[in-house]
Design a protein around this ligand. Structure first.
Ligand code: ZN
Length: 483
Protein backbone atom coordinates (compact mmCIF):
# COMPACT_ATOMS: atom_id res chain seq x y z
CA UNK A 1 0.00 0.00 0.00
CA UNK A 2 2.47 2.65 1.12
CA UNK A 3 0.57 5.78 2.16
CA UNK A 4 2.87 8.48 3.51
CA UNK A 5 2.91 8.59 7.28
CA UNK A 6 1.54 11.83 8.74
CA UNK A 7 1.11 10.49 12.27
CA UNK A 8 3.78 12.84 13.57
CA UNK A 9 2.22 15.89 11.90
CA UNK A 10 -0.35 18.33 13.22
CA UNK A 11 -3.32 20.15 11.76
CA UNK A 12 -6.71 21.74 12.19
CA UNK A 13 -9.21 19.47 10.41
CA UNK A 14 -12.80 18.49 9.86
CA UNK A 15 -13.98 14.88 10.04
CA UNK A 16 -17.08 13.75 8.11
CA UNK A 17 -19.84 11.70 9.77
CA UNK A 18 -18.66 8.06 10.16
CA UNK A 19 -21.38 6.66 7.84
CA UNK A 20 -20.21 8.92 5.01
CA UNK A 21 -16.56 8.11 5.70
CA UNK A 22 -17.33 4.38 5.55
CA UNK A 23 -19.06 4.91 2.24
CA UNK A 24 -16.09 6.79 0.73
CA UNK A 25 -13.27 4.62 2.00
CA UNK A 26 -11.76 2.22 -0.56
CA UNK A 27 -9.70 -0.91 -0.21
CA UNK A 28 -6.01 -0.11 0.06
CA UNK A 29 -6.83 3.54 0.75
CA UNK A 30 -7.02 5.57 3.93
CA UNK A 31 -9.07 3.93 6.68
CA UNK A 32 -12.58 5.35 7.04
CA UNK A 33 -11.86 6.79 10.48
CA UNK A 34 -8.89 8.66 9.07
CA UNK A 35 -10.75 10.47 6.26
CA UNK A 36 -10.77 14.21 6.90
CA UNK A 37 -10.65 17.64 5.35
CA UNK A 38 -7.51 19.51 6.32
CA UNK A 39 -8.24 23.13 7.15
CA UNK A 40 -4.61 23.96 7.86
CA UNK A 41 -1.63 21.60 7.93
CA UNK A 42 1.07 22.82 10.32
CA UNK A 43 3.93 20.41 9.72
CA UNK A 44 5.60 18.21 12.34
CA UNK A 45 3.85 18.06 15.73
CA UNK A 46 7.16 18.50 17.46
CA UNK A 47 7.24 22.11 16.25
CA UNK A 48 3.78 23.10 17.57
CA UNK A 49 2.50 23.19 21.13
CA UNK A 50 -0.48 20.79 21.48
CA UNK A 51 -2.37 22.92 24.00
CA UNK A 52 -2.03 26.04 21.87
CA UNK A 53 -3.35 24.10 18.88
CA UNK A 54 -6.37 22.83 20.84
CA UNK A 55 -7.11 26.38 22.03
CA UNK A 56 -7.03 27.61 18.45
CA UNK A 57 -9.52 24.92 17.42
CA UNK A 58 -11.80 25.72 20.36
CA UNK A 59 -11.75 29.42 19.46
CA UNK A 60 -12.50 28.71 15.81
CA UNK A 61 -15.33 26.32 16.71
CA UNK A 62 -17.50 29.25 17.82
CA UNK A 63 -19.46 29.19 14.58
CA UNK A 64 -22.52 27.38 13.19
CA UNK A 65 -22.16 23.76 12.12
CA UNK A 66 -22.18 23.79 8.33
CA UNK A 67 -22.85 21.57 5.37
CA UNK A 68 -20.38 21.37 2.50
CA UNK A 69 -20.84 19.69 -0.84
CA UNK A 70 -18.79 16.75 -2.01
CA UNK A 71 -18.37 17.83 -5.61
CA UNK A 72 -16.69 14.90 -7.32
CA UNK A 73 -13.27 13.27 -7.52
CA UNK A 74 -9.82 14.64 -8.23
CA UNK A 75 -6.36 13.13 -8.63
CA UNK A 76 -3.47 15.20 -7.39
CA UNK A 77 -0.23 14.46 -9.23
CA UNK A 78 3.28 15.72 -8.99
CA UNK A 79 4.42 14.12 -5.73
CA UNK A 80 6.05 10.73 -5.25
CA UNK A 81 2.54 9.38 -4.98
CA UNK A 82 -0.68 10.51 -6.67
CA UNK A 83 -3.58 11.23 -4.35
CA UNK A 84 -7.18 10.35 -5.13
CA UNK A 85 -9.36 12.94 -3.42
CA UNK A 86 -13.00 13.91 -2.99
CA UNK A 87 -13.34 17.60 -3.75
CA UNK A 88 -15.14 19.62 -1.09
CA UNK A 89 -17.01 22.78 -1.98
CA UNK A 90 -18.25 25.22 0.66
CA UNK A 91 -18.12 28.97 1.24
CA UNK A 92 -18.25 28.32 5.01
CA UNK A 93 -15.12 26.18 4.66
CA UNK A 94 -13.33 29.02 2.84
CA UNK A 95 -14.25 31.36 5.70
CA UNK A 96 -13.04 28.84 8.21
CA UNK A 97 -9.73 28.44 6.38
CA UNK A 98 -9.22 32.22 6.30
CA UNK A 99 -10.11 32.62 10.01
CA UNK A 100 -7.83 29.72 10.88
CA UNK A 101 -4.87 31.34 9.19
CA UNK A 102 -5.64 34.61 11.02
CA UNK A 103 -5.90 33.00 14.44
CA UNK A 104 -2.76 30.92 13.92
CA UNK A 105 -0.91 34.01 12.77
CA UNK A 106 -2.05 35.94 15.88
CA UNK A 107 -0.69 33.16 18.04
CA UNK A 108 2.56 33.05 16.20
CA UNK A 109 1.99 29.56 14.83
CA UNK A 110 3.58 29.21 11.40
CA UNK A 111 1.62 27.65 8.56
CA UNK A 112 3.79 26.17 5.80
CA UNK A 113 2.62 27.97 2.66
CA UNK A 114 4.26 26.09 -0.20
CA UNK A 115 0.78 25.16 -1.53
CA UNK A 116 -2.42 27.09 -2.07
CA UNK A 117 -5.64 25.70 -0.66
CA UNK A 118 -7.80 23.20 -2.48
CA UNK A 119 -10.38 21.82 -0.09
CA UNK A 120 -10.42 18.03 -0.36
CA UNK A 121 -10.66 14.75 1.43
CA UNK A 122 -7.86 12.30 0.55
CA UNK A 123 -9.18 8.84 -0.18
CA UNK A 124 -6.20 6.85 -1.40
CA UNK A 125 -2.53 7.23 -2.37
CA UNK A 126 -1.75 5.70 -5.76
CA UNK A 127 1.37 5.01 -7.79
CA UNK A 128 1.52 7.28 -10.82
CA UNK A 129 0.67 4.39 -13.16
CA UNK A 130 -1.90 2.83 -10.86
CA UNK A 131 -5.59 2.84 -11.92
CA UNK A 132 -7.98 4.70 -9.60
CA UNK A 133 -10.31 2.45 -7.61
CA UNK A 134 -13.16 4.92 -8.24
CA UNK A 135 -14.24 6.71 -11.43
CA UNK A 136 -16.86 8.91 -9.95
CA UNK A 137 -18.70 9.79 -6.80
CA UNK A 138 -22.13 11.35 -6.63
CA UNK A 139 -22.31 14.90 -5.42
CA UNK A 140 -23.67 14.86 -1.88
CA UNK A 141 -23.81 17.03 1.22
CA UNK A 142 -21.42 16.45 4.09
CA UNK A 143 -22.21 17.92 7.47
CA UNK A 144 -19.45 19.13 9.76
CA UNK A 145 -20.42 19.50 13.41
CA UNK A 146 -17.02 19.68 15.11
CA UNK A 147 -13.57 21.11 14.53
CA UNK A 148 -10.59 18.92 15.37
CA UNK A 149 -7.12 19.74 16.59
CA UNK A 150 -4.85 16.87 15.54
CA UNK A 151 -1.45 16.76 17.18
CA UNK A 152 0.45 13.64 16.26
CA UNK A 153 -1.85 10.75 17.12
CA UNK A 154 -3.84 12.87 19.53
CA UNK A 155 -7.13 14.28 18.23
CA UNK A 156 -9.40 16.66 20.16
CA UNK A 157 -12.83 17.62 18.76
CA UNK A 158 -14.67 20.80 19.71
CA UNK A 159 -18.34 20.89 18.65
CA UNK A 160 -19.15 23.75 16.30
CA UNK A 161 -21.58 26.08 18.03
CA UNK A 162 -22.62 29.64 17.36
CA UNK A 163 -21.20 31.90 20.10
CA UNK A 164 -24.74 33.12 20.79
CA UNK A 165 -25.78 29.59 21.68
CA UNK A 166 -24.41 29.36 25.20
CA UNK A 167 -25.36 32.96 25.99
CA UNK A 168 -28.91 32.38 24.79
CA UNK A 169 -29.15 29.14 26.74
CA UNK A 170 -28.13 30.99 29.88
CA UNK A 171 -30.66 33.75 29.19
CA UNK A 172 -33.46 31.22 28.78
CA UNK A 173 -32.44 29.47 32.00
CA UNK A 174 -32.45 32.79 33.84
CA UNK A 175 -36.01 33.46 32.73
CA UNK A 176 -37.09 29.96 33.59
CA UNK A 177 -35.56 30.26 37.07
CA UNK A 178 -37.44 33.53 37.65
CA UNK A 179 -40.71 31.74 36.93
CA UNK A 180 -40.10 29.11 39.60
CA UNK A 181 -41.40 26.48 37.20
CA UNK A 182 -40.25 22.84 37.05
CA UNK A 183 -37.77 21.56 34.44
CA UNK A 184 -39.78 19.39 32.11
CA UNK A 185 -39.24 17.95 28.65
CA UNK A 186 -41.40 20.70 27.25
CA UNK A 187 -39.22 23.34 28.85
CA UNK A 188 -36.11 21.65 27.40
CA UNK A 189 -37.64 21.58 23.94
CA UNK A 190 -38.70 25.21 24.25
CA UNK A 191 -35.16 26.10 25.28
CA UNK A 192 -33.66 24.49 22.17
CA UNK A 193 -36.15 26.36 20.01
CA UNK A 194 -35.45 29.67 21.75
CA UNK A 195 -31.70 29.15 21.41
CA UNK A 196 -31.94 28.50 17.69
CA UNK A 197 -34.15 31.56 17.23
CA UNK A 198 -31.67 33.66 19.20
CA UNK A 199 -28.78 32.33 17.14
CA UNK A 200 -30.50 33.30 13.92
CA UNK A 201 -31.33 36.75 15.26
CA UNK A 202 -27.97 37.22 16.96
CA UNK A 203 -27.62 40.77 15.62
CA UNK A 204 -30.87 41.94 17.18
CA UNK A 205 -29.93 43.91 20.32
CA UNK A 206 -33.10 42.77 22.11
CA UNK A 207 -32.65 39.11 21.42
CA UNK A 208 -31.39 38.14 24.87
CA UNK A 209 -34.16 40.05 26.64
CA UNK A 210 -36.65 38.21 24.45
CA UNK A 211 -34.98 34.89 25.25
CA UNK A 212 -35.24 35.55 29.00
CA UNK A 213 -38.94 36.29 28.49
CA UNK A 214 -39.41 33.04 26.61
CA UNK A 215 -37.76 31.12 29.44
CA UNK A 216 -39.99 32.81 31.99
CA UNK A 217 -43.11 32.17 29.95
CA UNK A 218 -42.25 28.51 29.46
CA UNK A 219 -41.49 28.16 33.16
CA UNK A 220 -44.83 29.74 34.03
CA UNK A 221 -46.69 27.26 31.82
CA UNK A 222 -44.71 24.36 33.21
CA UNK A 223 -45.61 25.43 36.73
CA UNK A 224 -49.23 25.93 35.78
CA UNK A 225 -49.52 22.45 34.28
CA UNK A 226 -47.57 20.87 37.11
CA UNK A 227 -49.92 22.39 39.67
CA UNK A 228 -52.96 21.24 37.74
CA UNK A 229 -51.59 17.72 37.51
CA UNK A 230 -50.85 17.70 41.23
CA UNK A 231 -54.31 18.93 42.12
CA UNK A 232 -55.87 16.41 39.81
CA UNK A 233 -53.98 13.42 41.09
CA UNK A 234 -54.66 14.46 44.69
CA UNK A 235 -58.40 14.73 44.16
CA UNK A 236 -58.53 11.78 41.82
CA UNK A 237 -57.04 9.59 44.55
CA UNK A 238 -59.61 10.81 47.07
CA UNK A 239 -62.59 10.37 44.74
CA UNK A 240 -61.39 6.88 43.83
CA UNK A 241 -60.97 6.00 47.49
CA UNK A 242 -64.52 7.08 48.27
CA UNK A 243 -65.76 5.24 45.21
CA UNK A 244 -64.09 1.97 46.20
CA UNK A 245 -65.62 2.25 49.68
CA UNK A 246 -69.02 1.92 48.06
CA UNK A 247 -68.26 -1.23 46.12
CA UNK A 248 -68.80 -4.55 47.86
CA UNK A 249 -68.13 -7.98 46.45
CA UNK A 250 -71.47 -9.18 47.85
CA UNK A 251 -73.35 -6.61 45.79
CA UNK A 252 -71.43 -7.64 42.70
CA UNK A 253 -72.21 -11.30 43.34
CA UNK A 254 -75.92 -10.59 43.80
CA UNK A 255 -75.93 -8.59 40.56
CA UNK A 256 -74.09 -11.31 38.62
CA UNK A 257 -76.42 -14.02 39.95
CA UNK A 258 -79.47 -12.02 39.02
CA UNK A 259 -78.13 -11.37 35.53
CA UNK A 260 -77.24 -15.03 34.95
CA UNK A 261 -80.66 -16.07 36.22
CA UNK A 262 -82.40 -13.59 33.93
CA UNK A 263 -80.49 -14.76 30.89
CA UNK A 264 -80.95 -18.43 31.73
CA UNK A 265 -77.51 -19.91 32.04
CA UNK A 266 -78.08 -22.96 29.93
CA UNK A 267 -79.76 -21.48 26.91
CA UNK A 268 -78.02 -19.77 24.03
CA UNK A 269 -78.76 -16.06 24.32
CA UNK A 270 -79.11 -13.60 21.49
CA UNK A 271 -75.96 -11.37 21.75
CA UNK A 272 -77.96 -8.17 21.35
CA UNK A 273 -80.20 -9.06 24.24
CA UNK A 274 -77.21 -10.13 26.31
CA UNK A 275 -75.65 -6.64 25.99
CA UNK A 276 -78.90 -4.88 26.85
CA UNK A 277 -79.46 -7.02 29.94
CA UNK A 278 -75.84 -6.70 31.07
CA UNK A 279 -75.96 -2.90 30.83
CA UNK A 280 -79.29 -2.82 32.68
CA UNK A 281 -77.86 -4.99 35.47
CA UNK A 282 -74.78 -2.73 35.73
CA UNK A 283 -76.92 0.40 35.88
CA UNK A 284 -79.25 -1.04 38.47
CA UNK A 285 -76.39 -2.01 40.72
CA UNK A 286 -74.55 1.33 40.39
CA UNK A 287 -77.66 3.47 40.81
CA UNK A 288 -78.36 1.68 44.07
CA UNK A 289 -75.06 3.09 45.35
CA UNK A 290 -76.85 6.39 45.91
CA UNK A 291 -78.73 4.77 48.80
CA UNK A 292 -75.52 3.84 50.62
CA UNK A 293 -74.35 5.97 53.51
CA UNK A 294 -70.91 6.43 51.90
CA UNK A 295 -72.42 8.10 48.83
CA UNK A 296 -72.41 11.58 50.36
CA UNK A 297 -68.68 11.25 51.08
CA UNK A 298 -68.16 10.56 47.37
CA UNK A 299 -70.24 13.60 46.53
CA UNK A 300 -68.19 15.74 48.91
CA UNK A 301 -64.93 14.45 47.39
CA UNK A 302 -66.15 15.36 43.92
CA UNK A 303 -67.39 18.76 45.07
CA UNK A 304 -63.97 19.46 46.59
CA UNK A 305 -62.28 18.39 43.36
CA UNK A 306 -64.44 20.82 41.40
CA UNK A 307 -63.78 23.62 43.92
CA UNK A 308 -60.04 23.00 43.64
CA UNK A 309 -60.26 22.98 39.85
CA UNK A 310 -62.12 26.27 39.87
CA UNK A 311 -59.71 27.89 42.33
CA UNK A 312 -56.74 26.70 40.29
CA UNK A 313 -58.37 28.13 37.15
CA UNK A 314 -58.67 31.53 38.85
CA UNK A 315 -55.04 31.42 39.96
CA UNK A 316 -54.00 30.38 36.45
CA UNK A 317 -55.90 33.33 34.99
CA UNK A 318 -54.05 35.75 37.24
CA UNK A 319 -50.72 34.02 36.60
CA UNK A 320 -51.25 34.36 32.85
CA UNK A 321 -52.26 38.01 33.24
CA UNK A 322 -49.18 38.66 35.37
CA UNK A 323 -47.00 37.04 32.75
CA UNK A 324 -48.60 39.14 30.03
CA UNK A 325 -47.89 42.24 32.09
CA UNK A 326 -44.26 41.14 32.51
CA UNK A 327 -44.64 40.73 36.29
CA UNK A 328 -43.07 37.93 38.27
CA UNK A 329 -43.62 36.89 41.85
CA UNK A 330 -47.18 35.57 42.04
CA UNK A 331 -47.54 33.51 45.20
CA UNK A 332 -49.49 30.62 43.76
CA UNK A 333 -50.20 28.99 47.13
CA UNK A 334 -51.63 32.08 48.80
CA UNK A 335 -53.63 32.80 45.68
CA UNK A 336 -55.00 29.27 45.61
CA UNK A 337 -55.98 29.34 49.29
CA UNK A 338 -57.78 32.64 48.82
CA UNK A 339 -59.58 31.50 45.72
CA UNK A 340 -60.54 28.19 47.32
CA UNK A 341 -61.91 29.89 50.42
CA UNK A 342 -64.00 32.24 48.30
CA UNK A 343 -65.84 29.15 47.11
CA UNK A 344 -66.76 27.86 50.55
CA UNK A 345 -70.40 28.79 50.32
CA UNK A 346 -70.94 28.39 46.61
CA UNK A 347 -74.14 26.35 46.30
CA UNK A 348 -73.81 25.70 42.60
CA UNK A 349 -70.77 23.53 43.25
CA UNK A 350 -73.09 20.94 44.78
CA UNK A 351 -75.28 20.96 41.70
CA UNK A 352 -72.15 20.60 39.59
CA UNK A 353 -70.95 17.70 41.71
CA UNK A 354 -74.33 15.99 41.33
CA UNK A 355 -74.18 16.36 37.56
CA UNK A 356 -70.67 14.94 37.27
CA UNK A 357 -71.55 12.12 39.64
CA UNK A 358 -74.39 11.12 37.34
CA UNK A 359 -72.02 11.10 34.37
CA UNK A 360 -69.48 9.14 36.32
CA UNK A 361 -72.00 6.44 37.20
CA UNK A 362 -73.23 6.25 33.61
CA UNK A 363 -69.64 5.96 32.42
CA UNK A 364 -68.77 3.19 34.84
CA UNK A 365 -72.07 1.43 34.09
CA UNK A 366 -71.21 1.41 30.38
CA UNK A 367 -67.80 -0.14 31.10
CA UNK A 368 -69.28 -2.64 33.54
CA UNK A 369 -72.06 -3.67 31.13
CA UNK A 370 -69.46 -4.33 28.42
CA UNK A 371 -67.24 -6.30 30.79
CA UNK A 372 -70.16 -8.48 31.88
CA UNK A 373 -71.38 -9.08 28.34
CA UNK A 374 -67.85 -9.89 27.09
CA UNK A 375 -67.37 -12.26 30.05
CA UNK A 376 -70.64 -14.05 29.40
CA UNK A 377 -69.86 -14.38 25.71
CA UNK A 378 -66.43 -15.76 26.54
CA UNK A 379 -68.13 -18.35 28.74
CA UNK A 380 -66.73 -17.14 32.09
CA UNK A 381 -68.22 -18.94 35.09
CA UNK A 382 -69.88 -17.16 37.97
CA UNK A 383 -66.74 -16.53 40.05
CA UNK A 384 -64.66 -15.39 37.09
CA UNK A 385 -67.44 -12.98 36.11
CA UNK A 386 -67.57 -11.58 39.63
CA UNK A 387 -63.76 -11.21 39.58
CA UNK A 388 -63.82 -9.35 36.27
CA UNK A 389 -66.53 -6.97 37.51
CA UNK A 390 -64.73 -6.39 40.82
CA UNK A 391 -61.47 -5.69 39.01
CA UNK A 392 -63.15 -3.10 36.81
CA UNK A 393 -64.92 -1.40 39.71
CA UNK A 394 -62.14 -1.33 42.25
CA UNK A 395 -58.98 -1.51 40.14
CA UNK A 396 -58.09 1.48 37.98
CA UNK A 397 -61.74 2.56 37.84
CA UNK A 398 -60.83 4.35 34.64
CA UNK A 399 -64.24 5.93 34.09
CA UNK A 400 -64.00 7.46 37.56
CA UNK A 401 -60.60 8.99 36.84
CA UNK A 402 -61.76 10.18 33.44
CA UNK A 403 -64.74 11.98 34.96
CA UNK A 404 -62.66 13.65 37.68
CA UNK A 405 -60.15 14.87 35.11
CA UNK A 406 -62.85 16.29 32.88
CA UNK A 407 -64.78 17.82 35.77
CA UNK A 408 -61.67 19.53 37.15
CA UNK A 409 -60.53 20.82 33.76
CA UNK A 410 -64.01 22.19 33.09
CA UNK A 411 -64.01 23.76 36.55
CA UNK A 412 -60.61 25.36 35.91
CA UNK A 413 -61.79 26.87 32.63
CA UNK A 414 -64.98 28.08 34.31
CA UNK A 415 -62.96 29.55 37.18
CA UNK A 416 -60.77 31.49 34.78
CA UNK A 417 -63.77 32.69 32.82
CA UNK A 418 -65.58 33.78 36.00
CA UNK A 419 -62.54 35.75 37.10
CA UNK A 420 -62.20 37.46 33.74
CA UNK A 421 -65.90 38.35 33.73
CA UNK A 422 -65.75 39.79 37.23
CA UNK A 423 -62.77 41.88 36.12
CA UNK A 424 -64.77 43.29 33.25
CA UNK A 425 -62.63 41.66 30.56
CA UNK A 426 -64.07 42.18 27.08
CA UNK A 427 -61.64 40.21 24.94
CA UNK A 428 -60.26 36.82 25.61
CA UNK A 429 -57.66 34.64 23.90
CA UNK A 430 -57.52 30.89 23.75
CA UNK A 431 -54.06 29.38 24.03
CA UNK A 432 -53.38 25.78 23.12
CA UNK A 433 -51.25 23.73 25.46
CA UNK A 434 -48.76 22.99 22.72
CA UNK A 435 -48.45 19.33 23.65
CA UNK A 436 -49.33 16.20 21.70
CA UNK A 437 -52.94 16.30 22.84
CA UNK A 438 -53.96 19.49 21.08
CA UNK A 439 -56.77 18.81 18.62
CA UNK A 440 -57.87 20.66 15.50
CA UNK A 441 -60.76 22.28 17.34
CA UNK A 442 -58.35 23.77 19.88
CA UNK A 443 -56.09 25.11 17.15
CA UNK A 444 -59.11 26.71 15.46
CA UNK A 445 -60.14 28.21 18.80
CA UNK A 446 -56.65 29.62 19.23
CA UNK A 447 -56.44 31.08 15.76
CA UNK A 448 -59.88 32.64 16.21
CA UNK A 449 -58.45 34.69 19.11
CA UNK A 450 -59.11 37.23 20.42
CA UNK A 451 -62.74 36.38 21.15
CA UNK A 452 -65.37 38.71 22.48
CA UNK A 453 -66.02 37.26 25.94
CA UNK A 454 -69.17 35.16 25.78
CA UNK A 455 -68.67 34.29 22.10
CA UNK A 456 -65.60 32.13 22.66
CA UNK A 457 -65.82 28.33 22.45
CA UNK A 458 -66.48 26.65 25.77
CA UNK A 459 -63.29 25.03 26.98
CA UNK A 460 -62.32 22.21 27.42
CA UNK A 461 -63.04 21.19 23.85
CA UNK A 462 -62.13 17.55 24.41
CA UNK A 463 -61.20 15.19 27.26
CA UNK A 464 -57.73 15.85 28.68
CA UNK A 465 -57.70 19.27 27.01
CA UNK A 466 -55.10 21.51 28.64
CA UNK A 467 -55.74 24.57 26.52
CA UNK A 468 -56.51 27.79 28.41
CA UNK A 469 -58.25 31.11 28.28
CA UNK A 470 -55.94 34.11 28.57
CA UNK A 471 -56.66 37.79 28.95
CA UNK A 472 -55.23 40.97 30.42
CA UNK A 473 -56.59 41.94 33.83
CA UNK A 474 -55.64 44.69 36.22
CA UNK A 475 -53.33 43.10 38.76
CA UNK A 476 -54.16 45.83 41.28
CA UNK A 477 -57.07 43.71 42.54
CA UNK A 478 -54.74 40.83 43.26
CA UNK A 479 -52.01 42.74 45.03
CA UNK A 480 -52.15 40.37 48.01
CA UNK A 481 -51.34 37.44 45.71
CA UNK A 482 -48.21 39.05 44.38
CA UNK A 483 -45.01 39.07 46.39
ZN1 ZN B 1 -57.09 21.41 23.88
Amino acid sequence: MGSPDYSDGCMIALYPPPELAAQLAVEGGLPAEGLHVTVAYLGPAAGVDGDALREVAAELAARQPFTAQLAGLGRFTGGTKDVLVALVDSPALEDLRRDTLDVLYERGIQVPREHGYTAHMSISYLDPDEAAPLDRIDAQPVEFTALSAVHGTDRADTPLAHPMESVAREAFATGWALSGGPMTDRVRTACETAVSIATEAADDPDVLRATIDLGRLEGMWALLFQRREEQQSLHMAEVRRQWRELISRDDITVMVDRLRHQLGVTEAVDPGRLRVEALAAAKAMLRALADLSGFSALRIALRNAIAAGRAEGMVNAVAIAAERAGKVGLDWNIAFKDAYQSMERLEDLWADAGGWLGRMIDGVAGDLGRTLADGLEAGLDRDALVDAAAELLTGDAEAVAFTVDWAMTTAADEGALALYRSEGVLQIDIITAGDGRVCGACIDAESGSPWHIGDQPRMPLHPHCRCCYAADVSLAHFANWIL
